[in-house]
Design a protein around this ligand. Structure first.
Ligand SMILES: [Zn+2]
Length: 437
């Protein structure tokens, strides 16, 4: 066991491929785009895959309805204009996203009878200001973010790059050997993972309904260079709460007020006091609280956002139900009313064990030592590929989420986030393996 711990995934040997994938990643890294606003990224992906011979659907054609957490028209217009400044207003694929919708699905038929395969890559960045000193490799190597306050701090630039790399490999393989792989492939470049929205929209796509074997992956995560074939994620529910009370003079007549701020604080303390659950791990957090009142006014309105997470949907929903009782109780104590609005949800989803086993058996063929493999890992975070994985498995297909893992500088969602770029080449190899099992 001690030896096993010491052996990590070796550096990938194909330096040409690493350089090509790193160049794609570094371009995307310089122009990060927030959730639902990934216009430049979508246009670049669509153009590249169209050139490779894929049939490409992008932007509005992918949506049956508006996303529930879509940014407002002003934000969408501003983001599109910025992308147009960078790529040119006439870019055909950018025009395809003109209506404010992002994302790409690209399809290739091998010409050989076989299963329908699906691969998902998330493409959005985060509202984080990237570190800007020479200690940070993207700065030192001159590919730091050019969009102030926005950063690819979770590796989704690498996910796109690996997706394009896989697209190229699938085409090249057929040129070399017409029987290299069988069936049809859909590549899903999904927007808005960070806000839990894109996964729900893409789960409804007709292309996904025919997928029989589905793979998604994430870079980084475990802190060790290794491959994880069966990664699961926490379910999460994110909720906005508004407490409404009654204001009064804090000196003159505090007894006449109904204190919404105090009711919120009571609720928050008791949210953190929700009992643990024997059915799985749980998390609770409140990240922000706002009351606009002056210091000498009993607060009449207070807002906060909280999240609950659980290792499965049942535990998470139990927590959510108890949270509602806490909100109602706190409101009652202080003569206020509490209203809550669901912001978004991440689902938990088990992976298909037969698919995991077949991948495990196939891994040595691409030079991955057994000691660099960790079969399963519960990620203490959430990911909306689970929504797509669930649909595939409900339809009788097989699906798994993998980690192409390494130590990330600064950690995920941190201004110093960075990953080992040779992992992009490993990601292409591992994903391609899904066509071979
Ligand atoms: Zn991520």
């Amino acid at each position: 066991m001690a030896d096993r711990e010491r052996i990590e995934l070796p550096r990938h040997q194909n330096n040409t491929l690493i350089a090509e994938l790193a160049a794609i990643r570094r371009d995307l890294h310089q122009y990060p785009e927030l959730s639902w606003l990934e216009y430049r990224s979508s246009a670049i992906i669509a153009e590249r895959l169209h050139q490779l011979g894929y049939s490409v659907v992008a932007g509005a054609d992918l949506y049956q309805s508006q996303p529930h957490n879509w940014p407002d028209q002003c934000q969408r217009d501003a983001a599109w204009q910025l992308a147009a400044t960078e790529l040119g207003h006439d870019h055909p694929w950018l025009q395809q996203c003109r209506s404010g919708y992002s994302g790409v699905v690209a399809t290739l038929d091998s010409g050989n009878p076989g299963p329908c395969l699906g691969f998902r890559f998330d493409i959005d960045a985060l509202p984080i200001s990237e570190a800007n000193d020479a200690e940070h490799a993207p700065k030192a190597l001159d590919f730091v973010s050019r969009h102030a306050g926005v950063m690819h701090a979770c590796g989704h630039d690498g996910h796109i790059s690996a997706g394009i790399g896989l697209a190229e490999k699938l085409v090249c393989a057929l040129h070399t050997d017409a029987k290299a792989w069988s069936g049809k492939v859909h590549l899903f470049f999904q927007p808005a993972e960070e806000v839990a929205g894109g996964g729900h929209c893409f789960a409804a796509l007709p292309q996904l309904q025919e997928v029989q074997r589905f793979a998604s992956f994430h870079l980084g995560i475990t802190g060790r260079r290794e491959i994880v074939l069966d990664a699961t994620w926490l379910a999460a529910r994110i909720v906005d709460v508004t407490f409404s009370g009654h204001s009064s003079h804090a000196g003159n007549a505090p007894q006449d007020g109904h204190n919404a701020l105090l009711a919120s604080c009571t609720a928050i303390q008791n949210l953190y006091a929700l009992p643990r659950h024997s059915g799985g791990m749980t998390r609770v957090n409140v990240g922000r609280l706002h009351s606009h009142n002056a210091h000498n006014v009993i607060s009449d309105r207070c807002e906060f956002r909280f999240e609950v997470r659980g290792s499965n949907d049942a535990v998470c929903d139990d927590l959510l139900q108890r949270a509602q009782a806490v909100l109602d109780g706190a409101a009652s104590m202080h003569g206020c009313t509490a209203t809550s609005t669901a912001v978004s949800r991440f689902e938990s989803q088990d992976n298909h064990q037969a698919m995991v086993q077949r991948l495990q058996q196939a891994l040595p063929a691409i030079g991955i030592p057994e000691a660099a493999l960790r079969l399963s890992y519960q990620v203490p975070a959430s990911e909306d590929a689970t929504s797509m994985s669930r649909v595939v498995q409900q339809n009788g297909g097989q699906a798994t989420h993998m980690l192409i893992a390494c130590n990330t500088r600064g950690g995920h969602h941190n201004p110093r986030f960075d990953f080992d770029e040779d992992l992009l080449a490993w990601a292409v190899d591992v994903l391609y393996l899904v066509t071979q099992i």
